[in-house]
Write a protein of this length. Structure first.
Length: 318
């Protein structure tokens, strides 16, 4: 690998373009795949405004409309598409993966690595957890509101050379990127927030984090949901600190009002990552005999809303 490794972003939305900007600042040659925004990206690059980091706008070294158009395998493929039931992520990236390509997943959910690992057993697989508030505001345009830390580790475990090299690029770009020996544990840690706030934001009509917490008994309800996720994580062999739910509430309070990814998908009538974010937690609870009545109710109602979108074509019925 050269001193300026090639990184191909597949899924160049808010998350992908944000970390693409950081990787570019860290010395990587960033390329992007974007079917719908390719022309805009070629014309003016990505426009990213950050409340904390200033103007992160950048122009990729190459822009492709399809992964099949990538002629030479990159050093890293960063996959940041949504984890949806009808999307074969392994097939999506296969045309760009070479023998030495490191696969990096920056995606939400529990147990999302297995299909990629099974499809590419000989390629290093780095899984990443983004603790960032960034939202798409237009074509190839996004706003970074807070945070940015990315925790990475190799799957199924370890903090090997591939993870260290990727971490070094992000660190050079100005974002904290610790390497974990147990990324699966870190996934459960993030699920404590995601499995609670994402579906509740949908049930509440696309509510922001502030609206959720400021509602009567809203904060207590979110703590209850997060505690149930902690119970499942512990049963699965990944115990969390007792203080995590309350600490997560405090961190959320410090953010500006924020529409999480599922809320934005709901408001725009797009497919939602219900199974990856919450469904897999429910199934783990069933596997380990953990009672999660509040999470189960939230899951059921979220699935009802998901079905309504499928039937009617728009979450708000307009």
């Amino acid at each position: 690998m050269t001193d300026n490794p090639r990184v191909l972003i597949v899924g160049a939305g808010a998350i992908g373009s944000f970390y693409g900007a950081i990787l570019s600042r860290g010395g990587a040659q960033v390329e992007a795949v974007s079917r719908s925004d390719a022309a805009v990206i070629r014309e003016r690059g990505f426009r990213i405004n950050s409340h904390d980091l200033g103007d992160l706008s950048f122009r990729p070294h190459a822009v492709y409309e399809r992964v099949e158009d990538v002629q030479q395998p990159p050093d890293f493929v960063l996959l940041s598409v949504k984890v949806l039931d009808d999307l074969d992520r392994a097939a999506l990236i296969r045309p760009a993966v070479g023998p030495g390509t490191v696969l990096v997943l920056v995606e939400n959910g529990i147990d999302i690595e297995r299909p990629i690992h099974d499809a590419f057993p000989d390629n290093p697989l780095v899984s990443g957890l983004a603790f960032v508030a960034v939202s798409r505001t237009g074509q190839a345009q996004s706003e970074h509101k807070a945070y940015g830390r990315l925790v990475v580790g190799e799957y199924p475990s370890g903090a090997g050379d591939a993870a260290q090299r990727f971490s070094a690029l992000l660190t050079a770009g100005g974002v904290e990127c610790p390497v974990s020996e147990s990324l699966v544990t870190e996934r459960w840690r993030k699920a404590v927030w995601n499995a609670a706030f994402n579906p509740v934001s949908v049930i509440a009509g696309g509510a922001t984090t502030t609206t959720i917490l400021d509602a009567p008994r809203g904060e207590g309800f979110m703590v209850t949901l997060m505690q149930e996720v902690c119970d499942v994580a512990a049963a699965a062999g990944h115990p969390m600190p007792e203080s995590l739910p309350e600490k997560s509430i405090g961190g959320t309070r410090k953010m500006p009002p924020y529409h999480n990814s599922m809320a934005l998908d709901f408001l725009n009538g797009r497919p939602m990552e219900v199974e990856a974010i919450l469904g897999n937690v429910i199934r783990a609870a069933q596997e380990h005999g953990v009672s999660v009545p509040h999470l189960a109710s939230v899951y059921t109602v979220t699935k009802m809303l998901q079905q309504r979108i499928a039937d009617e074509g728009h979450p708000l019925g307009v």
